[in-house]
Design a protein around this ligand. Structure first.
Ligand code: SF4
Ligand code: SF4
Length: 709
């Protein structure tokens, strides 16, 4: 069997073994969820929302909810698949616990292991989902400041933990909005201003808008019932359409200036003691003079009045009777029904933003088993800001902002290094003239390996484009790309560079594993280790293997995504760069093998197997110009550059095969060097003897490639 056939077979066997393993992780069963909910809590009934169960407390009462994040917010993780977490949330919006159900994050599947991931999510325990929480980078500690709470990130896994962070908070907040009665997101912190002993007359309260008058006529109520089966069950058939059904005053009496203006002495005393017990409650006086009447027969004091509702930002608020006996001051309308209701500001209610007060109008059909029909009348109300101090809430930075701020120094150094390398590649002809050029290149490779690779964790991987492709095809968000700005910056520069130098900028300069292989090859040369000669024919066939590897990975990503984290192990990057060989022995052995191959076959992994390199070569087709200078003599007759190109990226014709060119600039160095480039040498000789052109015209030169003197 030919050698390249053998290599193809090895690749196919690798993926064949991969496919032979169980294809999908077990789906999460209810039993699994139940097992994750530990005493004193237990799993209750499944709710109508998929992925949400009731959480029962020790006494069996509903104490919150159990949320499976994949159902609520399936944010793609670093490997494309969502990180599935279970979140235990109590009725006040406090996270009781978070646990990992399953995930495909490569760095946690194998590499760092799950322990740091578990330690990260433990930080959420006891925190409100209303808290302003941001995740540090793990590249240096940050302490919580003011109302902003910093959680420690995980070094080498910053993107994955940020995806987990978003999954936890956005899933819990989504469920809280719809299922925690009275819960809404805090917009601002509102506290009462001090009592200056002021008092207003009723007319002044009305004139200042502190007492708001709202109405609804019988005609309006009839219109609301007109399309229902209760259209002819009007309990007030004689009332004219323009007669008032609701004649309501709404007064926010939370501030003493207003309370003192409307309450009699006894009621004011009760209200003051109520305020001492519940200082965060907003108290609203409602006086209804129409026929609605505010309460019904089922009303129980100190509970939620069945006929009154409140909403803010489209979310229901918990409204309760404040249990105050009504004793209004003279001049205040007292002809009808009055009640003081309470709204809790701690649950996110803000009195200084518009909220809706609703009254339910009911009708009934039948006598023995009456069918009740309801319509809702509602009015917008807002307390006067003069009585409140308003503190804007601390907004946590977006995940992208947090990621950028936490790695600002690294990003600045990276920007400097990228600029330098881009300048070298763009102005390559100037740089190769420098005597120190070989040392400069080696120094840059070491900087890339050390800073971008080992320190900065900026080794690009085929995992990212695969995850982005799968997310884009399935219509999922691509936000996860923003969670690692260090790699994102490199990706952006590399994509732009495709148009100018093809794959060369990344593969020749910015890939830490590529740099590591090149450094190994330099050691081999220094030690005079003999190099394996790969014939042009075999070389060109072996080069196609990396495209097969890429194709197989794309297929795995789409058809068996749960195997992707195993399949991408064809890249030794995680082992050699992310975790510096501290892994299971077989991963470390594979990465070492790739490096050992480099001792005898120059950058063998890069040239023949790397799926990311294949993708870079495909991206390189966007290249707009032939950026490496060639002479007419290149290829015919001179073959020096071809012979010297370690990547075998120069054709016999002298043409550059840009898909395989890593931009090492060795051929540019030869091209510019009067002591190496054969036509230049001859030109120099010709100058000595006269015009080389005249000589060439008279006697064409034939020469063979010459080893360097
Ligand atoms: S071929 Fe692969 S390992 Fe080599 S430099 Fe390119 S991306 Fe890096
Ligand atoms: S020597 Fe080969 S790989 Fe290096 S720049 Fe020239 S063609 Fe590209």
């Amino acid at each position: 069997m030919k050698r390249h056939h053998r290599l193809c077979l090895c690749v196919l066997i690798f993926f064949g073994l991969l496919f032979a393993t169980p294809l999908f992780a077990e789906p999460v069963t209810e039993e699994r969820i139940r097992a994750e909910v530990i005493a004193p809590y237990s799993l209750g009934e499944k709710t109508e929302t998929e992925g949400v169960w009731e959480l029962l407390n020790g006494s069996g009462a509903r104490g919150g909810y159990v949320i499976e994040s994949e159902w609520i917010k399936p944010l793609p993780g670093f490997a494309g698949a969502p990180i599935n977490l279970i979140i235990l949330l109590d009725l006040d919006g406090i996270i009781i616990d978070v646990k990992i159900l399953n995930h495909n994050e490569p760095i946690f599947v194998s590499g760092l292991g799950e322990a740091p991931f578990r330690a990260f999510i433990e930080q959420y325990r006891g925190h409100s989902i209303n808290s302003a929480i941001t995740v540090g980078s793990g590249y240096g500690k940050q302490s919580s400041s003011g109302s902003l709470i910093y959680f420690d990130g995980v070094t080498k896994a910053t993107a994955s933990v940020r995806v987990a962070h978003e999954s936890i908070l956005s899933s819990a907040r989504e469920v809280a909005k719809t299922m925690l009665n009275g819960f809404s997101m805090v917009q601002e912190k509102v506290s009462l201003k001090g009592d200056e002993g002021k008092e207003f007359t009723w007319d002044e309260l009305v004139a200042q808008g502190l007492a708001k008058h709202v109405t609804a006529t019988h005609g309006e109520v009839r219109a609301l019932f007109s399309d229902t089966q209760w259209r002819s069950d009007d309990p007030f058939p004689e009332a004219a359409d323009d007669e008032l059904f609701v004649d309501l005053w709404i007064v926010d009496v939370t501030h003493p200036h207003v309370a003192r203006s409307v309450m009699g002495a006894r009621m004011l005393r009760d209200w003051e003691s109520f305020n001492r017990i519940a200082p965060d409650d907003e108290t609203i006086l409602l006086i209804e003079q129409g026929v609605h009447g505010l309460i019904d027969d089922e009303f129980v004091r100190n509970t939620a009045p069945p006929l009154i509702t409140a909403n803010q930002d489209k979310f229901p608020l918990s409204i309760r009777d404040a249990d105050l006996l009504i004793d209004l001051k003279q001049g205040v309308p007292d002809d009808g029904t009055a009640i003081v209701v309470r709204l809790d500001r701690r649950q996110g209610f803000s009195p200084v933003r518009a909220w809706d007060l609703g009254l339910i109008a009911t009708r009934q059909r039948g006598i023995l088993k009456p069918e009740i029909g309801e319509v809702k009348l509602s009015w917008s109300y807002q307390a006067d800001k003069q009585f409140f101090s308003i503190e804007k809430p601390v907004q946590p930075p977006t995940p992208f902002e947090a990621a950028v701020f936490s790695r600002m120094t690294d990003l600045m150094i990276l920007a400097g290094l990228l600029t330098l390398i881009c300048l070298v590649v763009l102005f390559n002809r100037k740089f190769v003239h420098m005597k120190s050029w070989p040392y400069q290149r080696t120094a840059l490779l070491i900087a890339v390996l050390g800073f971008i690779g080992w320190w900065g964790q900026g080794q690009l991987s085929i995992v990212t484009p695969l995850a982005a492709l799968v997310a884009a095809v399935s219509g999922k968000p691509l936000d996860f790309l923003l969670y690692d700005p260090f790699s994102l910056l490199i990706w952006l520069v590399v994509i732009v560079s495709f148009f100018i130098v093809g794959r060369a900028l990344f593969c020749g300069w910015l890939c830490p594993f590529g740099a590591l292989q090149e450094l190994v090859a330099k050691v081999a040369k220094a030690l005079s280790i003999p190099q394996l000669k790969i014939s042009d024919k075999l070389d060109s066939r072996l080069k196609s293997v990396k495209y097969i590897a890429l194709l197989v990975l794309v297929a795995v990503a789409f058809f068996i995504p749960r195997q992707l984290d195993t399949a991408v192990e064809v890249e030794p990057f995680k082992t050699a760069i992310s975790v510096f060989f501290v892994r299971e022995w077989y991963f470390a052995a594979y990465a070492l093998l790739c490096l050992l191959v480099s001792l005898v076959v120059f950058k063998g992994y890069c040239r023949y197997l790397c799926p990311l390199g294949a993708l870079m070569a495909i991206g390189g087709f966007l290249r707009l110009s032939k950026w490496i200078k060639r002479r007419e003599d290149c290829g015919s007759p001179c073959q020096l550059c071809k012979v010297r190109c370690d990547y075998q990226a120069i054709k016999k014709t002298g043409e550059i095969s840009y898909a395989e060119c890593f931009g090492c600039l060795d051929c540019v160095d030869i091209y510019e060097d009067k002591t190496q480039c054969v036509p230049l040498i001859l030109q120099e000789k010709g100058k000595l003897k006269g015009s080389i052109h005249a000589r060439n015209a008279a006697q064409p030169i034939h020469f063979k490639p010459q080893p360097q003197a």
